[in-house]
Design a protein around this ligand. Structure first.
Ligand SMILES: *[C@@H]1O[C@H](CO)[C@@H](O)[C@H](O)[C@H]1NC(C)=O
Ligand SMILES: *[C@@H]1O[C@H](CO)[C@@H](O)[C@H](O)[C@H]1NC(C)=O
Ligand SMILES: *[C@@H]1O[C@H](CO)[C@@H](O)[C@H](O)[C@H]1NC(C)=O
Length: 415
């Protein structure tokens, strides 16, 4: 007798909590207007028009006036600007009533396709290791628009082969970075989770199930070794090439071996959410939730995503002396949380991820929206150990626009 009563009460409290949470969200949390600012199409178009010839791609800006630095196509970040042009095309479709949102008469799809030119020759001929997943993003978008585009099919399958060739069966992972000094080690970084979607798309295109199996094996090994009991992540895990034992866990871009590099944590939420989306396996949902919970629970009071959750608040190495934010960790993290929310089976959890994402976007916009720079946002940390911080970053801008699109798709705002 007691049990159904208790369940009813639980349901009541759960409903009340969802209601109160949504009230609070409505009062406190509205997506920032800048997400749909006319400055976005203006700046993206200006960046497109400034692409060097032969083509190179923006990666980061300088610290003082925010001008893009351009890099040759064989660079891990080259795919983000073309993928941003595809997001502008998506934006135009999501906001047909607001032509300013995309810019009148601008064919973003055409620009996105042209900007891909520099990437088409890379499969089989690049030095990017596991990062071929990042390089494939614009082509994955192209295939959503035109599934018959043979160039895009070839590029996606080519990059997937590059990645699959890095699979080390004894360790159960695809190798992220080459281990120049020690061939007995396989180095994997948490970022590698972002490259698995490529394998699923190629498996669907070719019918080759091995690609799916490699992705799941990599995700399972990462799940078992890369995540601490509190839901935070190590940046780097090194495995023995034969036994698969995790022999070393440390950082590359974080503050210390036991700190939590924020962008890595964001990549983890994103990657495990995508794994759940592709496989419907509950263990990936559970993992994405744990990582998301850590991310949201460790943002300080001011709402600003720091570059590393455990870096000290005072930082003598940085001009101004305060711990730098990482606007790219904020926007990638927010986009990942929105993806997780859209996949959630639990309404209360979905509310939490959505609400958290919107707050992150609000706060990073207040800090880093920078009308005078070529990038949309400042306050990005590219690589703190290498003294690269307080810049604009191409992937930070990419996920700012993508998060804006996701909020429109979810019906949470209008442009
Ligand atoms: C096919 O996709 C590629 C990559 O986005 C693009 O460069 C090319 O223009 C597209 N071709 C056609 C016919 O749309
Ligand atoms: C499937 O992909 C794997 C990894 O690239 C490759 O080794 C294998 O030959 C492929 N199988 C077929 C039937 O093409
Ligand atoms: C944001 O960027 C400005 C300008 O570079 C800098 O003065 C400020 O300290 C940064 N704040 C954070 C939290 O990164």
């Amino acid at each position: 007798m007691a049990k159904p009563c208790f369940t009813k009460l639980q349901v009541f409290y759960h409903g009340l909590l969802v209601f109160v949470t949504s009230l609070y969200r409505d009062v406190q949390n509205v997506p920032p207007a800048e997400l749909y600012s006319p400055l976005i199409p203006q700046k993206v178009l200006r960046s497109y028009s400034s692409l060097p010839s032969p083509i190179q791609y923006p990666q980061w800006t300088d610290q003082s006036v925010g001008k893009w630095d351009y890099f040759v196509p064989d660079t891990w970040t080259s795919g983000f600007f073309p993928a941003t042009l595809y997001e502008m095309h998506n934006r135009q479709n999501l906001c047909p009533e607001n032509s300013d949102a995309a810019g009148p008469g601008r064919d973003w799809l055409d620009l996105g396709r042209k900007a891909c030119d520099g990437l088409v020759g890379l499969p089989g001929h690049n030095t990017q290791g596991h990062d071929v997943g990042f390089l494939s993003f614009a082509f994955l978008e192209e295939l959503k628009i035109n599934p018959n585009n043979q160039t895009a099919i070839n590029v996606v399958n080519g990059f997937a082969t590059d990645l699959a060739n890095r699979f080390v069966p004894g360790a159960g992972v695809t190798r992220s970075w080459d281990s120049d000094s020690d061939p007995s080690r396989v180095r994997v970084i948490i970022d590698n989770m972002m490259n698995l979607e490529l394998l699923f798309v190629s498996a669907d295109l070719t019918g080759n199930k091995t690609l799916r199996e490699i992705a799941m094996k990599h995700a399972d090994t990462t799940m078992n070794n890369h995540i601490r009991p509190d839901g935070s992540t190590w940046h780097v895990v090194e495995y023995d090439v034969i036994s698969g034992r995790a022999v070393s866990k440390h950082t590359a871009q974080g503050y210390s071996d036991d700190s939590v590099w924020a962008r890595g944590q964001a990549w983890g939420i994103y990657g495990f959410s995508q794994m759940y989306e592709r496989t419907s396996q509950e263990r990936y949902l559970a993992t994405a939730r744990r990582l998301a919970n850590y991310f949201l629970s460790n943002i300080p009071e001011d709402g600003i995503v720091p570059w590393d959750f455990k870096a000290p608040l005072r930082d003598p190495k940085v001009p101004g002396g305060v711990r730098p934010a990482d606007s790219s960790a904020a926007t990638a993290g927010a986009t990942a949380l929105l993806l997780l929310a859209s996949l959630e089976s639990d309404d209360f959890q979905a509310e939490r991820w959505t609400w958290g994402a919107i707050r992150i976007l609000q706060k990073i916009t207040e800090l880093a929206w920078n009308p005078s720079w070529e990038s949309l946002l400042s306050n990005g940390t590219v690589n703190w150990p290498m003294n690269s911080f307080l810049t604009g970053i191409v992937y930070g801008d990419h996920y700012f626009i993508k998060a804006g699109n996701e909020l429109l798709r979810m019906g949470l705002t209008t442009c």
